[in-house]
Design a protein. Structure first.
Length: 279
């Protein structure tokens, strides 16, 4: 291999020396380059001629086609017009004779529009009701149902604004349409309070801290006021009927109602937002 490389180097050096030192060598190289250039130019000229010939043939073919169509039109113009009329007449008659086109299954809705919901969607801002006296939440009946309710937060300002507006709209509909006065039992719940309630057992809550929408201001527990007293227990037929109506109203406003859960929580609603619970 080494010998072959040395031989090749020697031959290359001799060729370079011949071209540099002898005029005949330089003439040979110049002649070879001139011949290669002439052949390249010849091939480029042939290629250009072929392209021009192809374009000319395409132009002649196009002119022949146009001439043929013109000749055909002159000879059969009446036949062409008749065929065009036969193609266009049926759809034109269908458009003129048909009534307003409608799709089956998309008839105008006859459902009554809820003006209160429409107001909410149009951006009406509702104001929270006045705070109830603390004694309302400390009666024996309330303590039996919700032992730690007295220390719960009922500050509307701590709730998510969009959720608070939907909840206030639910309160308004329950009052104006069904005659139920509603009260906020608990809104925002701190992580520490959530863990305290979870430690009381599954009968209170199954959610630990940051597993409940209460920690994000997107959930609330509510009940009813009757004759100035708080009615929480669903064993009361009047309250149970109210919870059912409240669930329907809440769901119509896009809220999730706890009354449909396996461990039913009739007074609970929440506004679930994708990505919030995973933060």
């Amino acid at each position: 291999m080494f010998l072959l490389a040395v031989t090749g180097y020697f031959v290359l050096a001799c060729a370079i020396s011949w071209m540099v030192l002898f005029p005949s060598g330089r003439d040979f190289v110049a002649s070879a380059l001139a011949g290669a250039g002439a052949r390249l130019q010849y091939r480029l000229n042939r290629l250009a001629q072929r392209r021009r010939a192809s374009l000319d043939a395409a132009a002649r073919s196009g002119r022949a086609s146009i001439g043929g169509l013109h000749e055909f039109w002159e000879q059969h113009s009446l036949f062409c017009l008749g065929g065009l009329a036969l193609l266009c007449l049926p759809p034109l008659l269908a458009v003129l004779l048909a009534g307003r086109p409608t799709l089956s299954g998309y008839d105008a809705s006859t459902r009554e529009i809820n003006t209160q919901v429409a107001g909410l969607l149009q951006g009406e801002q509702l104001v929270p009701p006045p705070a109830l006296p603390p004694l309302v939440f400390t009666t024996a009946e309330v303590q039996l149902e919700r032992p730690l309710l007295v220390s719960a937060s009922r500050d509307w300002a701590l709730l998510d604004s969009a959720y608070a507006q939907r909840l206030l709209m639910a309160f308004r509909i329950m009052k104006e349409k069904y005659g139920y006065d509603m009260a906020l039992l608990e809104g925002y719940r701190s992580p520490e309070r959530q863990n305290t309630l979870a430690a009381m057992g599954a009968g209170v809550t199954n959610a630990a801290a940051f597993q409940s929408w209460h920690q994000y201001g997107l959930a609330a527990d509510c009940a009813f006021l009757r004759d100035g007293k708080l009615v929480i227990s669903e064993r009361d037929p009047w309250a149970m009927r109210g919870y059912q109506l409240y669930g329907e109203v809440a769901e119509s406003l896009g809220l999730t109602w706890g009354g449909r859960w396996k461990m039913m929580d009739f007074g609970h609603t929440e506004l679930r937002r994708p990505g919030v619970m995973n933060k």
